[in-house]
Design a protein around this ligand. Structure first.
Ligand code: ZN
Length: 101
């Protein structure tokens, strides 16, 4: 049996954003129209639902697009994203049980 490994997915609606945050797995890339992209923790406060709603839902993505990625290195490889200096997503994949609070 072959299992497809999903590395990335465009976050095109608030429902998708909610589902991804509930799963609490992976990272969110915010790609700006300028070509700059930042990778954030999936539940980082830097990604606000209000701003997401404004950029993606109301303005049709013209103010920036959001993508889920499985790892920081995928975000770098596919989108040239740099790590957000506010929420500091991990470079290494570390088991989450080591991080509480
Ligand atoms: Zn951030």
């Amino acid at each position: 049996m072959v299992i497809d490994v999903v590395e990335t997915e465009q976050i095109a609606s608030l429902d998708v954003l909610r589902r991804i945050r509930l799963a609490d797995d992976g990272y969110i890339v915010n790609a700006e129209p300028t070509g700059k992209a930042l990778v954030h923790r999936v539940n980082a406060k830097c990604i606000s639902p209000d701003r997401f709603n404004s950029n993606v839902v109301l303005k049709g993505g013209k103010q920036g697009a959001y993508y889920w990625t499985d790892t920081v290195s995928t975000a770098f490889r596919l989108y040239g994203a740099t790590r957000c200096r506010v929420c500091k997503p991990e470079v290494q994949v570390v088991h989450p049980s080591g991080f509480e609070g």
